[in-house]
Design a protein around this ligand. Structure first.
Ligand code: RP5
Length: 185
């Protein structure tokens, strides 16, 4: 089965201010060719929309939800309470507590309604997308292969720069690099 063009992943976030972090989930899914949609859905400002979104997601063909929120971050947990789809939570970095509040709010779900919790901020958003792709890869071989290629190119990139000191020197000495010489008095 190929993944087609209908959104399989729903990326939701509590506020437009979360986009700075959550765009990394969208970019990663784009890179992997995973169809997705993005939406602001606030658990406390638009609770009816949240219920509608979460309860209709499965019917609309969404297979994984990525939910990002900051502070008293109840969006991922509330979403998970209204759907049996896998919900991956991204703790957005808050100004006051640097995202520790978001992390604990999302990770500490009482037993019975799980939210797969990722790291705070950009890393979590990227990994939520990669994990969503891994879940979808069980059903869609094209997504699994895209994920495999992503991992392989990441490995090649790391192995091609084994010594950061040498590559820094190479960058300075690279042809075309202007180096300032001190004039002698
Ligand atoms: C949460 O409150 C959002 O997820 C966001 O991280 C945080 C702050 O929202 P704004 O006040 O920036 O809209 O609901």
């Amino acid at each position: 089965m190929t993944s087609g063009t209908k959104p399989l992943v729903g990326i939701i976030m509590g506020s437009t201010s979360d986009w700075e972090s959550m765009e990394h989930a969208a970019k990663t899914l784009e890179q992997l060719g995973v169809p997705h949609e993005t939406r602001v859905v606030s658990a406390h400002r638009t609770p009816d929309l949240l219920f509608e979104y979460a309860s209709s997601a499965e019917r609309r063909g969404i297979e994984v939800v990525i939910a990002g929120a900051g502070g008293a971050a109840h969006l991922p947990g509330m979403t998970a309470s209204k759907t049996v789809l896998p919900v991956l939570g991204v703790p957005v970095e808050s100004k006051t507590l640097k995202g520790l509040d978001s992390l604990l709010s999302i990770a500490q779900m009482p037993g019975g309604i799980p939210v797969g919790t990722l790291a705070i901020g950009k890393a979590g958003a990227i990994n939520a997308a990669l994990l969503a792709a891994a879940i979808l890869g069980n059903k869609y071989p094209n997504i699994r292969e895209a994920l495999r290629k992503f991992r392989e190119s990441q490995t090649v990139k790391v192995l091609s720069t084994p010594d950061p000191a040498k590559s820094a020197i190479a960058a300075v000495l690279a042809p075309g690099t202007k180096t300032k010489r001190k004039k002698r008095a």
